[in-house]
Design a protein around this ligand. Structure first.
Ligand code: ADP
Ligand code: MG
Length: 216
């Protein structure tokens, strides 16, 4: 029998540690005999990656930014995420709509009612339900610590180069998203060693029955 598809998103401010865990998790799911699609937003298709490049490097007003991010998301959902879930695969997505509420809403101060409207259009499914991740791992980290991690790690893009206050707003907007839909989120305390964080991630997925409990 074909397994049920699982949609897992990874959220948190830049430097919180999301990317450090996605590859290992892909392998863990494959060892369980699952097919895995590892992807990211904005991006994940040829068109969406072009839009990502524009969003990360060109100056624009917040509505343009929101529209481009949601346009990329629509293409990604139709071309990659929905087909993978329909085939019973595990989708590991580095950022999804919570990031739009956090960065464009919290960070840029853009009207979250507009974002909510775009969310219902872009994530609408043929049966009229709204596609959301089955579980979202929120890597919660003090922006000061994230900034220290990034200072030596990589050349900052248009978001990563924002001041600390921006990331405090992003962090708070993530916390608001968790409050609005607590069951979907697992909060990962990201201020710990990579190994400890890995254990928390595994535990969150095992608790919901997506991975076995014995391999911690
Ligand atoms: N738990 C951790 N403790 C210390 N450094 C970490 C931890 N997790 C990730 N890092 C480092 O912090 C930087 C940002 O991690 P990354 O996974 O790229 O974060 P994100 O994808 O959330 O922006 C990388 O240099 C990474 O090696
Ligand atoms: Mg990353």
């Amino acid at each position: 029998m074909q397994p049920t598809g699982v949609f897992i998103s990874f959220e948190g401010i830049d430097g919180a540690g999301k990317s450090s865990h996605i590859q290992a998790l892909s392998e863990a799911f494959r060892q369980q005999g699952r097919e895995v699609v590892q992807t990211r937003e904005p991006g994940g298709t040829a068109l969406a990656e072009k839009l990502r490049d524009i969003v990360l490097h060109d100056a624009m007003d917040p509505l343009c930014e929101a529209l481009l991010v949601f346009a990329a998301r629509r293409d990604h959902l139709l071309q990659v995420i929905e087909p993978a879930l329909a085939k019973g695969q595990v989708v590991l997505c580095d950022r999804f709509t919570d990031a739009t509420f956090a960065y464009q809403g919290g960070g840029r101060g853009f009207d979250t009612r507009v974002l909510a409207q775009l969310e219902t259009w872009v994530q609408a499914r043929p049966d009229k339900s709204i596609r959301q991740p089955d579980i979202t791992l929120w890597f919660s980290l003090d922006p000061h610590i994230a900034a220290q991690r990034l200072a030596t790690a990589r050349v900052p893009d248009r978001f990563e180069s924002q001041p600390l206050v921006f990331f405090e707003q992003v962090h708070n907007a993530y916390a608001d998203r968790v409050k609005a839909d607590p069951e979907r989120f697992a909060i990962i305390a990201a201020d710990a060693t990579i190994d400890k964080v890995r254990q928390s991630v595994w535990q969150a997925l095992a608790q919901r029955g997506y991975l076995p409990t014995n391999a911690l």
